[in-house]
Design a protein around this ligand. Structure first.
Ligand SMILES: Cc1cc2nc3c(=O)[nH]c(=O)nc-3n(C[C@H](O)[C@H](O)[C@H](O)COP(=O)(O)OP(=O)(O)OC[C@H]3O[C@@H](n4cnc5c(N)ncnc54)[C@H](O)[C@@H]3O)c2cc1C
Length: 507
């Protein structure tokens, strides 16, 4: 029997174990999959907002949505509400939504062009997106007659990272994945390959080793110790985080969206689960020290002194080669991009899927490894550019951080070229369709570009009021969807009664 050892029992370790076990063993045990996790090293314990592809993973491996949501204290995520990413205008805080919704085709040119040429009575997101109406009324994209994984629009979840790991661990173990609690004290290599791992419970060998050991990259650093790291620190300034978890006040209604609020030297997230809120301030240590960051974060949340916070270091960048010899890095060991668009778990899913698609055991060769490394490398680089875009479109000048952000564009020439193009024309599918990863579609790019008021100069003729009917129709649809969608809190209550949505009280 072939064998795979996964070192690490965080989200990366267990998600990869479930994915590979499903891919290789669903018709009978062909590959031994073995997770080794240390009793001494805790998981990072953050990573609680997701993107819709998580539903593909859960469905593909046969997990019930409602059972999963109950076990992980999860809530629904319709998108991300960005606040304060530009300076306030006329006393109004700058705010826009990035929903997961794909935009419908408009009968004239396209919906963005129509909006750009129109009187722009409402901001872009509120004009073109039906989900914006759900968000403003705190509704879930679910209906009374809907089934698991079905929704009016694309959605994802906020989940408890620790409970998610436990859920996947139980799921994997029930399907034959082996687990050993042991600390890997030595990684023995020969000619760029791992030959065995040494622990207090003896040594372990396998055909393939998956490094899910977190930021330290315990295995991948042993097979490729020199020159395998590509830092993104010139383009992404934030490298630290301070975080907190707090139970909800009684009668608090968890929000069906993530909040991302720009602060003096980075940004803060707020993520509501069923029972608590997770929050964190991602900041640049070149602009703020630990104590200053904590002070600003506490003031932002109004945290009393008795509440303790956690400080985290983040290594921003990626491995040049994520797969070397018989070792492949997944999760934080492979690289990390700040969680502004909640992509950490998605990158894990993409890597686990790519291993299953590439790995042929005795036939895995350098061609296979090169292909995997190219795919993952391009995915990271494209995501980096997308995140940098959120920053460089800001007009904030109110702190050294926001002034320095302007200089980061020079380190992402591909984004610089795209932004130059989008100064002259709308961003459309063809501008991003050559993407290797398709992580974010043209619709997502437009939500950010126009939410951040980066508009092209269009040279198309239009009459006053020409598009009134287009946006009146969308407003009508918005009303209709808010009528059929159920309240987020009612959906969460219904989960407790076995996901029986018929028990949901009518609004
Ligand atoms: C501040 C912050 C916010 C984030 N927010 C998001 C988000 O909103 N959405 C998102 O998708 N992602 C987010 N992420 C990323 C996400 O947290 C990670 O991608 C995810 O948790 C996976 O972590 P991991 O499993 O790679 O590492 P870890 O959770 O660190 O797990 C490492 C594992 O390796 C084991 N280990 C370590 N050393 C040894 C050893 N010697 N022997 C045996 N085992 C060992 C540990 O015991 C542990 O089980 C965020 C990350 C950070 C830092």
């Amino acid at each position: 029997m072939q064998s795979i050892i996964i070192v690490g029992g965080g989200t990366a370790g267990w998600l990869t174990a479930v994915m590979l076990n499903h891919s290789y063993n669903k018709l009978g045990q062909q590959v031994e999959i073995h997770v080794i996790e240390s009793p001494e090293v805790d998981i990072v314990g953050v990573g609680e907002a997701t993107v819709p592809a998580i539903k593909d993973f859960l469905q593909a491996v046969g997990i019930s949505e409602y059972e999963f949501l109950r076990h992980t204290n999860a809530t629904i995520k319709n998108g991300i509400l960005f606040r304060n990413w530009r300076t306030a205008k006329n006393g109004r805080t700058h705010e826009y939504l990035h929903p997961f919704e794909q935009q419908r085709i408009e009968k004239r040119l396209d919906i963005s062009t129509s909006w750009l040429l129109s009187e722009r009575e409402l901001p872009y997101d509120q004009s073109v997106s039906l989900v914006s109406a759900l968000v403003s009324q705190e509704l879930a994209p679910k209906t009374l007659s809907g089934k698991e994984y079905e929704g009016l629009f694309r959605y994802s979840y906020h989940l408890d990272a620790r409970l998610f790991g436990h859920y996947l661990r139980n799921f994997a173990q029930a399907r034959g994945v082996k687990r050993t609690e042991a600390h890997v004290s030595k990684v023995v290599t020969e000619q760029g390959k791992i030959v065995r791992l040494e622990t207090e419970h003896g040594s372990f060998q396998a055909d393939l080793f998956v490094d899910c050991s977190g930021f330290k990259g315990l295995l991948i650093n042993k097979v490729e110790p020199q020159g395998n790291w590509m830092s993104y620190q010139d383009s992404l300034l934030c490298d630290k985080a301070v975080t907190v978890q707090q139970p909800h006040e009684p009668r608090y209604k968890p929000k069906p969206y993530t909040v991302s609020e720009a602060l003096s030297s980075g940004w803060a997230w707020r993520i509501d689960l069923q029972n608590r809120q997770g929050a964190g301030y991602v900041y640049s240590s070149r602009h703020l020290n630990k104590a200053e960051a904590e002070k600003e974060f506490r003031a932002y949340l109004g945290l009393p002194p008795e509440v303790t916070v956690r400080h985290l270091d983040m290594q921003i960048g990626r491995r040049k080669q994520q797969w070397v010899g018989n070792c492949v890095a997944v999760g934080l060991s492979s690289g990390f991009i700040e969680p502004l668009e909640s992509t950490g778990i998605h990158l894990i899913y993409l890597a686990a899927r790519a291993i299953a698609l590439h790995h042929n055991f005795n036939h895995t060769n350098q061609v296979i490894r090169d292909s995997f490394n190219r795919q993952m490398g391009q995915t990271y680089d494209e995501l980096r550019d997308f995140i940098v875009m959120h920053y460089v479109l800001s007009d904030r000048e109110d702190s050294p951080f926001w002034r320095d952000v302007k200089g980061t564009l020079a380190h992402t020439p591909s984004l610089e070229a795209q932004l130059e193009l989008w100064r002259h024309k709308v961003c459309e599918y063809f501008d991003v369709c050559n993407s290797a990863s398709h992580m974010f579609s043209d619709a997502s790019y437009r939500y950010i570009l126009y939410g951040m008021e980066y508009y092209p100069k269009l040279n198309l003729p239009s009459r006053a009021g020409e598009f009134t009917d287009v946006f009146a129709q969308i407003a009508k649809w918005q009303k209709e969807v808010t009528r059929v969608a159920i309240r987020h809190t009612d959906f969460l209550d219904a989960l407790q009664s076995n996901g029986n949505l018929v028990t949901v009280k009518m609004k």
